[in-house]
Design a protein around this ligand. Structure first.
Ligand code: NAP
Length: 332
């Protein structure tokens, strides 16, 4: 089969023939129809990710048709259209992943390929209302967004939520999920056009985080927030703390702009603010996310779909942060 392979730090993805995957016991081979990019793929290419190994087939998100299974008892999956949960071997504790936890696409080979072998336990039926490209856009971002909002953030209907950097894949699904949960949602972005597009998806308002007074703009529009979901961290955290209602929560799943300088602990403890970290999610989180998407017919936003052969071009597009929605690779 063909795959997009990364052979070292700062190397371009190259399309090359690799061995076809075979299903071990408890595994299935999925003939992939589409995969989606995540920021993680860029961090790995830049060498800014733990546990690097080369060569590696990147890609955490995939959808396709089950072609073969390694255990007779799993034969019912053959021929089914599936999405893949990229959270491998989460472990037994719903609160935190165990020591064997891995994200599909490093160290295990990922979905930028024509086929992949994954544990049957990580398969879920493809939501019937989603096209192939939309289904590929869902798993990693949907899982991360769901756990951030609901498992960690304990979002309740009627609460006021801020989601930063709405051009991000996780952020955009978090907006869609929070709107579906009857929250009032505000967003930030570097782009006026993305703020407008977020309003069309149900955001009540927003501000451009490149404006010096973005926290004041949000304060004026929304007051204080019950819940903030962020992956930028950096110097913006101080403003997010100011914008949190006493007793409110900030959930963060990334640190795109680095560690926050000059942390003001008093503003957190005296105002009873919870700072909560989150990563990916458990099998139960994934099932609950898929249920929400099916029940509310949520459609992930796809920015661009390109053939697998354009995987390197797709990564360069992700790097510009010009996208609104996920960048997807399709297989012939
Ligand atoms: N812990 C986990 O399980 C997990 C899972 C997924 C992602 N992540 C991490 O979360 C981050 C986002 O991932 P992704 O895949 O959603 O990324 P992505 O699709 O590449 O989106 C990145 C977005 O970040 C926003 N951004 C950049 N600088 C910002 C700033 N100073 N303030 C607010 N927003 C800013 C931009 O939004 P605008 O275009 O609107 O300006 C940009 O579009 C990455 O660091 C990633 O590694 C962690």
């Amino acid at each position: 089969m063909k795959a997009a392979v990364l052979e070292g730090v700062e190397k371009p993805l190259v399309i090359k023939p690799v061995a076809d995957p075979a299903p071990a016991a408890g595994f299935a081979v999925v003939r992939l129809m589409a995969a989606a990019l995540n920021h993680r793929d860029l961090w790995i290419q830049k060498g800014r990710y733990a546990g690097l190994k080369f060569p590696i087939i990147l890609g955490s998100d995939g959808t396709g048709v089950v072609e073969a299974v390694g255990s007779e008892g799993d034969r019912g999956w053959v021929g089914r259209h599936v999405i893949i949960n990229p959270s491998l071997d989460w472990g037994d504790d719903p609160r935190v992943q165990g020591s064997g936890f891995r994200i599909l696409g490093l160290p295990d080979d990922g979905t930028f390929a024509e086929a992949i072998a994954v544990p049957v336990a990580n398969l879920a039926p493809r939501p019937a209302h989603l096209a192939v490209e939309q289904a590929a856009a869902l798993p990693l971002a949907g899982l991360t967004a769901w756990r951030a909002l609901f498992a960690r953030g304990r979002l309740r209907s009627g609460e006021t939520v801020l989601i930063t950097g709405i051009g991000g894949g996780v952020a955009l699904l978090a907006l869609q999920f929070a709107v579906a949960a009857d929250a009032t949602v505000y967003v930030t972005s570097s782009s006026a056009e993305k703020l407008t597009r977020a309003r069309a998806l149900g955001a009540a308002g927003g501000a451009n985080y490149r404006d010096a007074d973005w926290p004041a703009q949000l304060r004026q529009q929304a007051g204080l927030f019950d819940l903030i979901v962020d992956s930028a961290m950096g110097e913006g955290l101080a403003s997010l703390i100011e914008l949190t209602r006493p007793g409110g929560r900030i959930v963060f799943y990334g640190d795109t702009t680095g560690n926050p300088p000059g942390f003001d602990a008093r503003k957190v403890f005296f105002r009873q603010i919870s700072l909560l970290g989150t990563t990916m999610g458990s099998p139960a989180d994934f099932a609950a996310m898929a249920h929400l998407v099916e029940a509310r017919r949520i459609v992930p936003v796809v920015d661009t779909a390109l053939p697998l052969e354009c995987a390197e071009q797709a990564l360069r597009h992700l790097e510009t942060a010009a996208q609104f929605g996920k960048i997807v690779l399709t297989m012939a």
